[in-house]
Design a protein around this ligand. Structure first.
Ligand code: IPE
Ligand code: MG
Length: 230
C-alpha cells in the first residue's frame, strides 16, 4: 500500500493526511476481496524499516492502527473474515498488542477470508524467524537435521497454512518488493500500478485481478504442458 505521503503532498497537505485517506482504500479493498471470493488478503501496513520515519508520522500510524481496529473489527467478524497480524508485534504498545489479540481471538473461527495485516513485518525477518524455530526444534530433538526442507521451513513462516500467494499488487509507481513476502512470492504474479494508495479503489483492484487472470502461470513448465493440463 504505497503512495499515501505523495498523494497528500500533491494536494499541499501533510503526509499523515494521506495515511488517513488510505484507510478508506483499505476498507474498499477488503470489501472487494471478500466480494470476489478471495480466500486470503495480506496488506503491508508497516515495515520493520518504517520505524525510521519521523516520530510524528510513526505515532500517527500507530494511532490509526488502533482507531481502525476499534472501528472495523466487528464488521470483519460479521463478514466471516478471520483477522491476524503478521510481524513482530512485541515492539507495539501493550494496548495495541491487547487489541490485536482480542481481534484475532474474536475472529479465529471465521472461514470466509483471512485478512492478514503485516505490521513491523519484513520478509527477511519472516525467514530468519522460521530458521530460528527450526533450529530450536532440532536442538530439542523434536526434529532431525534431515527433516529440514522447504515444507518444514514453510511451517514456521507467518503465512503457513494459507493458500499460495497468487498475486502481489504494489501501488505508488515503484517496482520493487521492499522486503514484503519474500519467501511466499516465489511464484506470485506481480502487478505494479502508478495509482497512489488513497486512489486505489474497487475498479483499480478489479483491473489488477483481471490482469492476473490473463497471465499464463507455468510454474517452471512449458507453455504447451500447461495448456494440456485439464
Ligand atoms: C504508505 O505510503 C505506506 C506506509 C508505509 C504506511 P507512503 O507513506 O510510503 O507514501 P509515499 O511513498 O511517501 O508517497
Ligand atoms: Mg512509500
Amino acid at each position: 500500500m504505497d503512495g499515501n505521503g505523495r498523494w497528500a503532498q500533491q494536494q499541499g497537505k501533510k503526509r499523515v493526511f494521506g495515511h488517513k485517506s488510505g484507510v478508506e482504500s483499505v476498507r474498499s479493498t477488503v470489501t472487494t476481496a471478500r466480494k470476489l471470493g478471495v480466500k486470503a488478503l495480506t496488506l503491508f501496513a508497516f515495515s520493520s524499516e518504517n520505524w525510521q520515519r519521523p516520530e510524528e508520522e510513526v505515532s500517527v500510524l500507530m494511532e490509526l492502527f488502533m482507531l481502525v481496529l476499534n472501528r472495523e473489527v466487528k464488521r470483519l467478524h460479521k463478514n466471516d473474515i478471520r483477522f491476524q497480524v503478521i510481524g513482530d508485534v512485541s515492539r507495539f504498545s501493550d494496548k495495541l498488542q491487547e487489541k490485536i489479540r482480542a481481534a484475532e481471538q474474536l475472529t479465529e473461527n471465521n472461514t470466509g477470508m483471512v485478512l492478514s495485516v503485516a505490521a513491523n513485518y519484513g520478509g527477511r525477518w519472516d525467514i530468519a524467524n522460521a530458521a530460528k524455530q527450526l533450529a530450536a526444534a532440532v536442538a530439542n530433538q523434536e526434529m532431525q537435521l534431515n527433516d529440514i526442507d522447504e515444507n518444514a521451513l514453510d511451517r514456521f513462516t507467518s503465512l503457513t497454512n494459507m493458500p499460495d500467494l497468487d498475486l502481489m499488487i504494489r501501488t505508488g509507481g515503484d517496482h520493487r518488493i521492499s522486503n514484503f513476502l519474500l519467501w511466499q512470492a516465489a511464484y506470485a504474479e506481480f502487478y505494479f500500478t502508478d495509482v497512489l494508495w488513497p486512489e486505489f479503489n474497487e475498479d483499480e483492484f478489479i483491473r489488477a485481478v483481471d490482469t492476473f487472470t490473463q497471465r499464463e502461470r507455468r510454474f517452471g513448465k512449458t507453455g504447451e504442458q500447461v495448456k494440456q493440463q485439464p
